[in-house]
Write a protein of this length. Sequence first.
Length: 218
Amino acid sequence: MDLFSRSWAALRAVVDALPDEDFAQPSGCAGWLVRDLVCHLVIDAQDVLITLVTPADAEPTVDGVTYWQVGDRPPAGDDPLDALVVRLAAAYGEPGLLRFHLDDVGSAAGRAAGLADAAALVGTRGEVLTVGDYLTAYVMEWTLHHLDLIAHLPGAPEPPADALAHCRATLEKIAGAAFPASFGDRDVLLVGTGRRAPGDAEREALGGLAARLPFVLG
């Protein structure tokens, strides 16, 4: 839960420090500008708040790893929900309004996570899991979107190192295989989830794992 809070705080701090003009820069998500990704983060924060107040009385069906649905094709940006996010982001008009909304709802989500009982059971997406596992899964969400946010913003702060390491370990569990030690944690996440293609040397180092890429998490 502490890693959830720190990775979420780090992501929101980057958004808070962005100059207005950077909201019009492309993000690492196909078809989305930075402003669109920030709007998606507002929706993510709302989802966290909703889930934390949706108790479940059944046994867990997933954990912090199996929570993720794994595909093999990165989003193309043409999904109707993706298009809705673009329209919502444009409706804010001024970046400052979007920045304020993320700070407002995002801070509430962070406080709610800090107050939640890690052992409590909650329901989301038709599944049941503990609050601790749910928040652990969201470390991946925050970290990948942090990388998406700064994809075209040189010099912007990176995700916390321990969040990157945690997400690498999670992705390796999902893959059922370890990535080469020569890969840094950031590169494992970018290559492993299809955010960039591996270079020739990386593909050689990946061996048979290269043919299984990407692991697209949704």
